[in-house]
Write a protein that binds this ligand. Structure first.
Ligand SMILES: Nc1ncnc2c1ncn2[C@@H]1O[C@H](COP(=O)(O)OP(=O)(O)O)[C@@H](O)[C@H]1O
Ligand SMILES: [Mg+2]
Length: 255
């Protein structure tokens, strides 16, 4: 359905993502896992056609997404990492604007927005300016914006950051369910625990390079009796986290 072929992005000749290839199929929740700076958001931006790759391409049903970006984006829901929204619009106005840009039928738009606002516990705030919203509320508006046109492909870049515990649980379950229903989902996170629970497949990035790509189960089995957290640390980190935490505690009380 969606295929990344040798995606490479250089910023001022420094590679942020190198030769990243994978395919995303319906029913798959592909977790893109890696520490900060490993190239997750850069990969996502190429995947949605926001950044042009330095090399490589993104294919949707075999065709380069740049050939018809408008039609491709119509099939796509995207939740960005940063909840930047127009502060002077109300939550409902923002969603109406998104729905209009997406060419959603007018009779469908408001009932769907209101139902989703209700489900994401934002209905009573629908007429307040986004400027007054907390980070979690903005994040929920972005989730609604990504879901409301019922897309086939969903791309989430750290969707749980800033969410309260209940909303985070809802979103995790939602992603699992949407995958089971046949959507293709790309889920970026640096939080192992969530990825392990939610994703059917994993793509692990380190310094812009894919260091593991398989089903979650296969990666977990890769190193027996060791949790994915340890596998992940083993694969991506040069540092010894336990040693560093010990050193931080020691430094806190050092003279
Ligand atoms: N616009 C940019 N200009 C220059 N360097 C960038 C830019 N965006 C990201 N980078 C660099 O690219 C690397 C990957 O960043 P990013 O894709 O945001 O990683 P992640 O989402 O995994 O934290 C980092 O080293 C980051 O500093
Ligand atoms: Mg990022």
């Amino acid at each position: 359905m969606l295929e990344a072929v040798g995606l490479t992005k250089c910023y001022a000749s420094i590679p942020a993502v190198q030769e990243v290839s994978f395919s995303l199929q319906p029913h798959h929740v592909l977790g893109c896992l890696g520490p900060n700076g490993s190239g997750k958001s850069t990969t996502v931006k190429m995947l949605i056609g926001l950044l042009d790759p330095t090399h490589g391409q993104v294919l949707f049903n075999g065709e380069d997404i740049r050939h018809n970006l408008v039609a491709y984006r119509k099939r796509l829901g995207y939740v960005p990492e940063e909840p930047n929204l127009y502060p002077y619009l109300t939550g409902r106005e923002y969603l109406e604007m998104v729905g209009t840009f997406r060419d959603m039928p007018a009779e469908q738009l408001l009932p769907r927005i209101d139902a989703l606002l209700e489900l994401f516990a934002l209905y009573s705030h629908r007429h307040s300016a986004i400027a007054s919203y907390s980070k979690g509320m903005r994040q929920r508006i972005l989730l609604i914006a990504a879901l409301m046109d019922n897309p086939e492909i969903l791309i989430f870049d750290e969707p749980l950051s800033g969410l309260d515990v209940t909303s985070a649980l809802v979103v995790k379950n939602l992603i699992k369910l949407l995958g089971q229903q046949g959507r293709a989902i790309f889920y970026c996170s640096h939080v192992l625990e969530v990825v392990e629970q939610v994703c059917s497949h994993l793509l692990i990035l380190r310094k812009g390079i894919v260091i593991a790509h398989d089903t979650t189960t296969a990666i977990q089995k890769n190193i027996e009796h060791v949790s994915l957290e340890r596998t992940f640390m083993h694969l991506v980190e040069d540092v010894d986290a336990e040693k560093i935490t010990g050193e931080i505690v020691a430094a806190m009380s050092a003279a």
